[in-house]
Design a protein around this ligand. Structure first.
Ligand SMILES: Nc1ncnc2c1ncn2[C@@H]1O[C@H](COP(=O)(O)OP(=O)(O)OP(=O)(O)O)[C@@H](O)[C@H]1O
Ligand SMILES: [Mg+2]
Length: 190
C-alpha cells in the first residue's frame, strides 16, 4: 500500500451563460456538418468512424513495442500535409523521433517535434497556436509537478488525462499513447 497526495485545484464558480450549457432538442443538432480528418490509414479511419473529429480525444493503447509511436508518427506526418502537427515525446529524444521519421520516409515541414514531459509546458505550447493535430507519447510519462507522486502513478495519470482532454476540447484533436501492462490494463501497475 502506498500513500498518494493529490492536491485539489480551486474550482471556479460554474456559470450556465456559455452556449455549451444550453440544452437543445436533439433533432435540431446538425450532425452532418461534422468534418472528419483522415489519418491517412484506412483501418484507423474505420476504427474512428470515418476519421478524427475536430477536438477529438483519442487513446491508443498497446503492449510495449507493438508499434504505437511508429503508427502515430505516420499519422502525424500524413495530417501535417493539411497544417502544422505537433508530436510531443516524453519518452524519446527529438533526434530519435527524427531518425524514426526518416526511416519511414516522412519528414514534412509542418511536422513539429518536442521532447517534453511537463504537462504545464505542453499545455502552453499546444495553446500557443493552432494545430491540426497533437500527439502525446505517452500518458504514463507526462507528469504534473504539482502532483506529489511519480509519473505513471494513478494520481498523475488521472490528472494528465483530464488536463489534456480539456485542451483537446478547446484547441485541436489529441492522440494520446497509453501503455498496456502485463495484466492488459492501462492503469499503472500496483
Ligand atoms: N507496422 C510495423 N511493421 C513492422 N515493424 C514495425 C511496425 N511498426 C513498428 N515497427 C517496429 O517495431 C519496433 C517498435 O515500434 P515502436 O517504437 O513504434 O513501438 P511502441 O509501441 O511505441 O513501443 P514502446 O512501448 O517502447 O513505446 C520498432 O523497431 C519499429 O520499427
Ligand atoms: Mg513508443
Amino acid at each position: 500500500m502506498e500513500q498518494e497526495i493529490v492536491r485539489k485545484e480551486p474550482t471556479p464558480a460554474p456559470s450556465a451563460s456559455g452556449s455549451g450549457a444550453t440544452p437543445v432538442p436533439i433533432t435540431t443538432i446538425e450532425a452532418e456538418s461534422t468534418v472528419r480528418i483522415s489519418t491517412g490509414i484506412a483501418e484507423v479511419d474505420r476504427v474512428l468512424g470515418g476519421g478524427m473529429v475536430p477536438n477529438g480525444y483519442f487513446l491508443l493503447g498497446g503492449d510495449p513495442g507493438i508499434g504505437k509511436s511508429t503508427l502515430l508518427l505516420q499519422i502525424a506526418a500524413f495530417v501535417s500535409r493539411q497544417g502544422p502537427v505537433l508530436y510531443i515525446t516524453a519518452e524519446e529524444s527529438a533526434a530519435q523521433t527524427r531518425i524514426r521519421a526518416q526511416r519511414l520516409g516522412a519528414l514534412p515541414d509542418q511536422l513539429y517535434v518536442m521532447a517534453e514531459g511537463n504537462i504545464r509546458i505542453i499545455e502552453s505550447v499546444i495553446t500557443s497556436r493552432s494545430w491540426q493535430l497533437v500527439v502525446v507519447d505517452s500518458l504514463q510519462t507526462v507528469y504534473d509537478a504539482e502532483i506529489e507522486s511519480a509519473p505513471g502513478s494513478v494520481g498523475q495519470v488521472r490528472g494528465i488525462a483530464a488536463r489534456l482532454m480539456k485542451v483537446a476540447k478547446t484547441m485541436c484533436p489529441i492522440f494520446l499513447v497509453g501503455h498496456v501492462n502485463k495484466e492488459g490494463s492501462m492503469r499503472p501497475a500496483a
